[in-house]
Design a protein around this ligand. Structure first.
Ligand code: GRF
Length: 243
């Protein structure tokens, strides 16, 4: 249970003056329990930044209610709306729609609207935290963010180099039960084009216990996640603020 990664001070991240509060956008897709951990940390003065908005990839995400309960503005950006009127076999059309979705996401994050219009009332984030965001962040999002000086991190419920993509908790648990591995865990990492492969910011190992139910393992992962998401975000915020 420790930060195993030594952070270099030569990061690519832009620096925030020490007295300024960093603005954070949280991306979610579902329950938002990790968002809740961040919101509670902010409320109790334990987050080194301000959550200025939450964007969900699902209109049904309970995380939207959690954000509203804390008075944080929300938006939705929903892939299935872009696919409307197409069928699954229209692979190329869907590819184009997906690319438009990604480009719109970048504009939404940078300008506050998908048209990319300047809006003086919009608070551009310094940091984006993917907290249970279930869609791939592609280069067509990452490159504009980088050009706009916006950093982005993600929560992955497995150790570095392990179980990239979806259902990571289930796959780690199964590998543990099958005797293939003895350690599971999770990490907060910088987002790069390769899914769940970016440089770890914080790693938490968890023992995989033979005979433990998936449900119990999941409960332990979530408890560890809720601490790690706050710790990892604070590590990056500190990095952004330091010279
Ligand atoms: C977390 O387990 C996260 O690691 C995974 O999806 C879950 C999101 O949970 N990718 P929540 O929406 O924060 O409750």
């Amino acid at each position: 249970m420790q930060n195993r990664v030594k952070l270099s001070t030569s990061s690519n991240y832009p620096l925030i003056p020490p007295n300024n509060m960093a603005n954070i956008t949280v991306l979610i897709s579902g329950s938002g329990s990790n968002l809740q951990a961040l919101l509670e940390a902010e409320r109790s003065g334990n987050l080194g930044g301000k959550i200025t908005q939450v964007i969900s990839s699902s209109e049904a995400a309970y995380g939207l209610t959690r954000a509203a309960n804390f008075g944080v503005p929300t938006k939705t950006h929903v892939l299935k709306n872009y696919y409307k009127g197409t069928t699954k076999d229209q692979v190329d059309v869907r590819k184009q729609k997906r690319e438009l979705f990604n480009q719109d996401l970048a504009r939404l994050l940078i300008y506050g609207n998908i048209e990319g219009n300047q809006d003086a009332t919009y608070t551009k984030p310094d940091l984006i935290v993917c907290a249970g965001w279930m869609l791939i962040i592609s280069p067509s999002v990452l490159t504009p963010l980088e050009n706009a000086g916006i950093s982005i991190i993600n929560l992955h419920p497995a150790l570095p180099g392990a179980f990239e993509g979806t259902h990571a908790i289930d796959r780690a648990w199964k590998a543990g039960q099958d005797g293939e591995i003895t350690k599971g865990g999770l990490m907060i990492h910088k987002v790069i084009a390769e899914v769940d492969r970016g440089e770890p910011v914080l790693v938490k190992e968890l023992d995989l216990i033979k005979g433990e139910t998936l449900e119990d393992y999941e409960t332990r992962v979530h408890a560890a996640e809720h601490k790690a998401i706050v710790e990892g975000t604070n590590i990056v915020l500190k990095e952004l603020k330091s010279s």
